[in-house]
Ligand binder design. Sequence first.
Ligand SMILES: *Cc1c(COP(=O)(O)O)cnc(C)c1O
Length: 404
Amino acid sequence: MSKENLLLHAGDRTKAIHAGEFPDPATNASAPNLVMSTTFVASADTNFSVEGMEENAAWVYTRWGNPTIHQLEEKLAAIEQAETAVAFASGMGAISALLFHLLKAGDHAVISDVAYAALAEMTNELIPDLGVEISKVNTSDLDALRAAVRRNTKLVYVETPCNPLLRLTDIAAAAAIAHSVGAKLAVDSTFATPAATKPLQHGADFVVHSLTKYLGGHGDALGGAVLGYRADLAPLRKKTAVRLGGVLSPFNAWLILRGLATFPIRMKAHQENALKVAAYLEQHPKVKRVVYPGLPSHPQRELAKRQMENFSGIVTFQVENGREAARKLAQKLQIVHYAVSLGHHRSLIFYLDSEELLQTSFKLSTPEQVASWNDFAGKGIFRLSVGLEDADDLAADLEQALQD
Ligand SMILES: *Cc1c(COP(=O)(O)O)cnc(C)c1O
């Protein structure tokens, strides 16, 4: 049996280690090579335009494709059980590429009203300025989503669990609604990761990841990817990766490849730690509310159990006077870093003030949208990305920092 066939039926841990990789034919090196070369010695018949570029053609120029980036794309596709993947310089690079690929002037797109802040801001101005109409919809509310799609809707874009609320969207239901008008469904699965949910299996057409988070996992390399079907991604690569140019550095690809090898076992440990820390926070007298899809108290617990095989590692919680508490935590925490980002082996915490975010990123337009925000976030939340340290040490660090 060939390696490809064996890996097709292998478990997630085997795939994470072996998919996409092969010993270097020249040296027999067991670990993947880092190929930094921007150009490759070509044959005289090589085309100068990417127009005729075929998959599996010889390497020409690293913006078109590169062996180290290719190994990463193959491994990502195997882990997500997608036909193929295209890597980008960051999660936002991947998201921008997808929007530029699918949307043109006169089109309409539905975007989660609460999604990654840079996407929210981009769809407030930059994308509408190009003549694409955007509707921001709470995609957890399927009636609102159903009411928002139109004949010219080309894209429905959801994030589940969404950043920062940890509110979930039913992917299969959203896919059915998108497809009823001929639109594509894209899912930002950065928070869930393929350990929890494989959106393509629920009917999504595209999956987006910030590799900067759990997939890379170590806080040392920005990266992003779009995954999906070959028929969609081959033109997407030409149009948006090669021509718009936001491609990943081979060095970052190599770091992320290395991080991916331990991805399945890291996610088990993230979930185990997050459950313990969430339970600790839930009984803390100063903590008013904890939101975590792994807790029975999550408002969409049934959907969480149905759609997530792992509840991932992000927990939010609310206390009185959040801003004041944030100053105290930033000063007193010894193990947990007060910093943005998430999904690293190090625990990270950051305070998100509702009033500020509703004015800058999330300009929610209906009373229902504001009510849902308030239900999950109140006046503000701490977003805690529970890392891989010992859970007891994290609880002890939070305990001493929350003390008066
Ligand atoms: C971080 C993040 C992004 C953006 O990724 P970058 O790698 O920072 O560009 C997109 N979506 C979600 C859900 C994220 O958490």
